[in-house]
Design a protein around this ligand. Structure first.
Ligand SMILES: [Zn+2]
Length: 226
């Protein structure tokens, strides 16, 4: 049994990136914890009171979707949406370290460095720093996931693009992943937007084709300690 911590910039990234894998962890008896760094809503051009309501609603969505994937705890850091570049990196790192200390995870899932979204980039950077392999640390494995409409829209040149080398068969859990995603229905767009139910199915099938499964999630391995 392992403790698994998924660290995402915004509520919905965790399901897009590794929802099926997290459900699989829960099914195997692992303890799944989710941590969100930004509120995912405060960059919208609307009244402050309205923003507060949206942030609370998004948190409820994260908890509901967390219940579907079997998450036993959900943490929010409440940093501003799409503005993590205005927060001192050290502050973000320290906040993440606090949760890591609490949860003692062996396995970490987080964003890859290549994403277009600035919050995703910064969360990746902060997580890699917070997870540095110091003696006595619990973390043994770090995997980076892809997020539709951010990873494939990234600015990186081809040699730096997302090149997955770790695939998880989620065929048995794909339906449940979609159920979890439907909790974030305000974030879903009509196809051919990548962040549509159809887009998510296409990526699941494509990553499955990459790896000989019906549906898969793809990761780049950042570090494994054995
Ligand atoms: Zn995001």
């Amino acid at each position: 049994m392992s403790n698994v911590l998924v660290i995402s910039a915004h509520p919905d990234d965790e399901i897009l990136g590794c929802g099926g894998t997290l459900i699989k962890h829960s099914a195997n008896g692992d303890k799944v914890y989710q941590l969100f760094v930004s509120d995912g809503e405060s960059s919208r051009d609307i009244k402050k009171s309205q923003v507060k309501k949206l942030i609370n609603k998004r948190k409820q969505c994260a908890k509901k979707s967390g219940a579907i994937i079997g998450a036993i705890e959900t943490y929010f850091l409440d940093y501003p949406d799409n503005k993590l570049d205005e927060v001192p990196l050290l502050l973000i790192i320290k906040s993440i370290e606090k949760i890591i200390k609490k949860v003692s995870p062996e396995i970490i899932y987080t964003h890859c460095a290549q994403d277009l979204n600035i919050d995703h980039q910064i969360v990746h950077r902060a997580v890699i720093t917070a997870c540095r392999p110091l003696p006595g640390k619990s973390i043994k494995e770090i995997y980076c996931y892809e997020v539709l409409s951010s990873t494939e829209w990234g600015l990186s040149e081809s040699q730096n693009s997302f090149n997955p080398n770790f695939f998880v068969d989620i065929s048995k859990y794909f339906k449940q992943k979609l159920e979890a995603l439907k909790m974030y229905k305000d974030e879903l767009k009509p196809f051919p937007h990548p962040r549509s139910l159809e887009g998510i199915r296409v990526l699941g099938n494509y990553r499955g084709m990459n790896s000989g499964f019906k549906y898969a999630e793809a990761f780049s391995v950042k570090r494994i300690l054995k």
